[in-house]
Design a protein around this ligand. Structure first.
Ligand SMILES: Nc1ncnc2c1ncn2[C@@H]1O[C@H](COP(=O)(O)OP(=O)(O)OP(=O)(O)O)[C@@H](O)[C@H]1O
Length: 542
């Protein structure tokens, strides 16, 4: 049902015209069948009947063609809209929800699930036309004899009940395959990301292939085979019921109620015509089954193809802010295993413009988690963040986030400066390239880097350049200097950071380089998610 809703939303008028022309075509085809059987039964061969035949045939063919062309256009538009809609939802979703869904889930969603839904979206309108044609034929049958219609309806009822089991079991198989598909994508990811390690370790490679990748791929195959086989059985079962119905009308019904041979010919012709649409319907059931499994998964993941994303306007940021406060802020990660929950906070912190703050602590002490909370990527589970007089909540969180430029430890480098492509921007970026000692490697044209195939340290410098270009009031660097050579490390700590501070920017630096802490105003140490101390560099002893 949500698929139909989505189709109506994306291309309502086009779908309406396609369906209307399809309906006309289906009705004309049904009328043609009636005309043919009438001609055979009555033995009439007049010019009027021939003209009606030609007229009906022409209308049926033209409308069918128009309908098909519209459907092709419309289904392609629906596929693109579907992909864009899901991408919009992913962009709008909270980071935390996306992290808990996991990358494999999102990948299966954007590839397999979209394909399944798109394929069903493509066939659904054709199926609707087939159903319309079938209904037209049923009207004709009921006009011929209500007893036959009653019989057909009875058989349809029995068929629906008997097919239901196959449908449910088939769908269960497809759903199980879909679940294993996520694990398979996780293995694909390991294969691609871990290719260097796998190449160097022959036994490990064999182990990964034989114990992880292959069994999961075989499970996907097994469940898909199981599900699709049930749909194949359903196909044959449907045909059996169909021939059973034709047999009943041909051989049994005349013994029960009086039917003339000419009426019988009409039935047989009608049923023979119906074979096409019915077969089409049954053939497409696996596609519809896969789409419905994909839609269920979407819903379970908290996404929906019908939920429009309101592009809320974000007010301009406040460059003259005076006070950023975290009051009793906490954030926890819940894991499946008991006793492994990590809680950051409660954190109480007040920050002013132009401050340079080092955040330090051991591995797993919560520095990156604090960075995500501070920058508004994670919402505090308790406590509140205040920017001047404004508490940050769901409504203004997007606005709040725009105050920060961040280079995360696991940063992603886009191949262009997003949102900045003016020529003035290019010349400023060229200046930064020189300062970052990259001008011999990289050029910038209309905001696009000539290459991002660089060393890790060089890529981090480009990420820093992107952050500079964003020119936000607050900066956060998570272990930025870790991959830099000693000379450039010194440039970063003794020139870049003081420069930013001199411009009135507030800078948070997550770092282990204690011999540069003297450039900062404060050092904040985390231990097991708690602020262990806050000190000035002068009183700090590592
Ligand atoms: N997405 C997550 N889901 C569950 N637990 C997480 C997640 N991210 C981090 N953690 C846990 O939270 C704790 C703090 O992690 P965090 O990355 O904030 O530490 P860190 O101080 O930045 O560590 P490092 O110096 O190693 O980068 C760790 O115990 C980690 O296992």
């Amino acid at each position: 049902m949500s698929l139909v809703l989505f189709l109506l939303q994306t291309s309502g008028p086009a779908l309406g015209i396609a369906l209307a022309t399809g309906l006309v075509s289906g009705s004309c085809s049904a009328a043609l069948i009636a005309l043919i059987s009438y001609t055979i039964a009555q033995g009439v061969t007049g010019g009027l009947v021939a003209a009606a035949f030609v007229g009906l045939g022409a209308i049926a063919l033209t409308t069918a063609m128009v309908s098909r062309i519209l459907l092709v256009r419309f289904s392609q538009a629906a596929v693109v809209e579907l992909q864009l809609q899901l991408c919009r939802q992913i962009l709008a979703a909270e980071l935390k929800s996306l992290e808990s869904l996991g990358l494999p889930s999102l990948l299966v969603l954007l590839t397999e699930d979209i394909q399944a839904i798109a394929a069903a979206a493509g066939v659904l309108p054709v199926l609707m036309i087939n159903i319309a044609g079938t209904v037209g034929c049923m009207v004709y049958v009921s006009w011929l004899s209500w007893q036959v219609l009653a019989l057909v309806l009875l058989i349809t009822l029995v068929a629906s009940f008997s097919c239901r089991w196959f449908l449910v079991a088939g769908r269960r198989g497809l759903a199980a395959a879909r679940n294993h598909q996520e694990r398979l994508f996780q293995h694909f990811r390991s294969l691609i990301d871990g290719i260097k390690e796998l190449k160097l370790h022959r036994l490990g490679r064999q182990d990964f292939f034989e114990l992880d990748l292959q069994p999961t791929a075989l499970q996907v195959k097994h469940y898909n085979q199981q599900g699709l086989s049930l749909f194949a059985v359903l196909d044959s079962w449907g045909k059996f019921i169909y021939f059973f119905a034709v047999g009943l009308v041909l051989f049994a019904l005349p013994n029960w109620v009086g039917i003339s041979p000419s009426t019988r010919v009409a039935y047989v012709l009608t049923f023979t015509y119906l074979l096409g649409p019915m077969e089409n319907l049954v053939n497409k059931l696996p596609l519809l089954g896969q789409a419905s499994v994909a839609l269920d998964k979407l819903k379970a993941l908290g996404l929906s193809i019908n939920a429009p994303i309101a592009a809320a306007a974000v007010p301009p940021i406040d460059p003259s802010w005076q006070r950023l406060e975290l009051k009793g802020v906490t954030h926890s990660y819940r894991t499946d295993q008991e006793g492994t929950e990590f809680t950051l906070g409660p954190v109480n912190l007040t920050v002013h413009p132009g401050e340079l703050i080092f955040i330090i602590g051991g591995n797993g002490s919560g520095k990156s988690t604090l960075a995500k909370v501070l920058t508004g990527l994670y919402r505090p589970q308790t406590g509140t963040i205040w920017l001047d007089q404004q508490p940050i909540d769901e409504q203004n969180q997007e606005w709040y986030r725009q105050h920060f430029s961040v280079v995360f430890a696991d940063f992603y480098l886009f191949d262009r400066l997003l949102g900045l492509s003016s020529e003035a921007g290019d010349s400023q970026a060229q200046d930064y390239l020189k300062k970052l000692q990259l001008s011999h490697k990289v050029r910038i044209d209309q905001g696009r880097f000539s290459t991002v195939d660089l060393s890790q340290g060089q890529r981090k410098r480009l990420a820093l350049l992107s952050a500079y270009m964003e020119n936000r009031p607050i900066y956060l660097f998570d272990e930025w200097a870790a991959d830099q050579d000693p000379a450039f490390k010194q440039v970063f700590y003794t020139q870049f950071l003081p420069d930013l501070k001199a411009q009135g920017k507030t800078v948070f630096v997550i770092s282990h380089d204690d011999h540069y802490f003297y450039v900062g105003d404060r050092i904040l140490k985390l231990d097991y998610g708690q602020i262990e101390f806050e000190q000035s560099p002068a009183s700090f002893k590592s």
